[in-house]
Design a protein around this ligand. Structure first.
Ligand SMILES: CN1CCN(c2ccccc2CNc2ccc(C(N)=O)cn2)CC1
Length: 246
């Protein structure tokens, strides 16, 4: 998968190719990441990428032309047609299904805004979809773009070793994750659930599924609203709730 990011801070975005799952995906050639800086597409001495907003008000707005030229070069860098995504608080809320859809595409161009945002004509002319990583404001779109890069990278075939396969990821199941434990077996008087020490895999899987269902019901009931639990899951959730009552 190729991802191009249009950003005033390429050094920030390129951090993802330096470590972890994303770094390995880039190293293995599973993810091809390139940054394009609108400042390199200015024609004035001061390399101006922003200007004062029409209608007045605080802050500055990113100019169309440098962004447009950067996007044009990004598009031309590969024959594969890209989906152009603008990361903004006004976008649709990203969830795992949306990430899976983006990760299945051959190419993405992510636009990271700064200042108060970008000139609306750029959005009209170049942007296919607007996405948000959550209802909060960041000082720039770069971190949102890096979130998309990370979430997509882990879904690319070969990006994860089998040890942390994405399939078990909680949101892949649409449920929250179960609790995790490792050594020491007792810490400040707190032990590990016996079932995890017994090596009985079916029992362990059952316990993990029950915890995932129970914690989802307790913390994010909204995730269960549109989900019909099969008989086995319903029984596990009932058992979880009974044990809470004890
Ligand atoms: C001080 N201003 C900085 C620029 N910002 C802005 C405005 C419009 C577009 C992009 C940005 C970049 N910021 C982002 C980006 C994404 C998200 C998200 N939730 O996905 C949150 N913030 C408005 C506020």
């Amino acid at each position: 998968m190729r991802i191009d990011v249009v950003t005033l801070f390429p050094d920030l975005v390129n951090c993802v190719s330096g470590c972890g799952v994303t770094g390995r995906a880039v190293e293995r050639g599973i993810l091809d990441l390139h940054c394009w800086n609108p400042r390199d597409y200015t024609e004035d001495r001061h390399r101006t990428v922003d200007d004062r907003p029409y209608g007045g008000g605080p802050g500055m707005v990113m100019k169309v032309e440098p962004l447009r030229r950067a996007i044009h070069d990004a598009r031309q860098a590969d024959t594969v047609p890209p989906l152009v995504v603008y990361m903004s608080p006004q976008g649709r809320r990203l969830d795992q299904d949306a990430v899976q859809r983006l990760a299945d595409l051959p190419r993405l161009i992510l636009i990271a805004g700064r200042y108060e945002g970008i000139d609306e004509r750029l959005v009209e002319l170049e942007v296919d979809e607007e996405w948000s990583i959550g209802d909060y404001v960041l000082s720039g779109g770069e971190l949102a773009a890096m979130v998309v890069i990370d979430a997509c990278a882990r879904l690319l075939p070969g990006a994860l070793g089998d040890e942390d396969s994405a399939q078990q990821d909680s949101f892949m199941t649409g449920l929250l994750d179960c609790p995790h434990y490792t050594r020491p077996e007792v810490y400040e008087g707190r032990g590990v659930p016996q079932v995890l020490l017994g090596g009985h895999h079916a029992e362990i899987e059952r316990w993990r599924r029950k915890q995932a269902l129970g914690r989802t019901w307790q913390r994010r009931p909204d995730l269960l609203e549109h989900r019909v639990l099969d008989e086995a899951d319903q029984r596990l959730l009932d058992e979880y709730r009974r044990e809470l009552a004890d």
